[in-house]
Design a protein around this ligand. Structure first.
Ligand SMILES: [Zn+2]
Length: 170
């Protein structure tokens, strides 16, 4: 039997007579972002991200890591300052890895985006963020999260905070 591409529904997506709710799609793609996070070699802070088109048919994965080809040497990964200077964040990689135009897409991230990623996300014209809420009082990331919130607000992005605390209380 020949299955026409338009009629094909993957078994994992099919439900019994009901359309998949937006909540369910969010939960699915967030789990995928968690999977991507597990691929990071960062010993302290692993972040996964998924960018998904509004129709949920195309997605792109990213996780934080050193630039392409840069050696993942243990002494670099264990040096906090160097590690942070070299690390390309998961959200940026998810955007860069995308074969489609990410404008209008939803970005899932396993930690609230930092202000630098927020600027790129806004300028990539992503419309919606789904992530754990950032801890605005966090000693290291609090100010960055506040700026990211401002960036998202000014850019008109919808931010959906999942009711979970990210690992490390961030
Ligand atoms: Zn970032």
């Amino acid at each position: 039997m020949i299955v026409e591409p338009l009629d094909f529904v993957a078994p994992s997506i099919a439900t019994e007579g009901e359309n998949t709710s937006a909540e369910e799609w969010d939960a699915r793609f967030y789990k995928l972002a968690e999977q991507a996070a597990s691929w990071s070699k960062d010993p302290i802070r692993r972040v996964g991200s998924v960018v998904v088109t509004p129709d949920c048919r195309s997605f792109s994965l990213g996780y934080n890591g050193f630039p392409r080809g840069y050696p993942d040497a243990k002494e670099l990964l264990m040096d906090e300052e160097l590690r942070q200077m070299l690390m390309v964040h998961g959200e940026i990689n998810a955007i860069l890895n995308s074969p489609f135009d990410v404008a209008g897409s939803t970005l899932y991230a396993t930690k609230f985006p930092c202000h630098k990623c927020a600027g790129v996300i806004a300028n990539a014209r992503i419309s919606r963020i789904v992530s754990p809420p950032g801890n605005l009082d966090h000693p290291k990331w609090g100010t960055s999260y506040k700026l990211a919130h401002d960036i998202f607000r000014w850019a008109g992005l919808e931010v959906k905070g999942l009711g979970i605390i990210a690992p490390g209380g961030e």
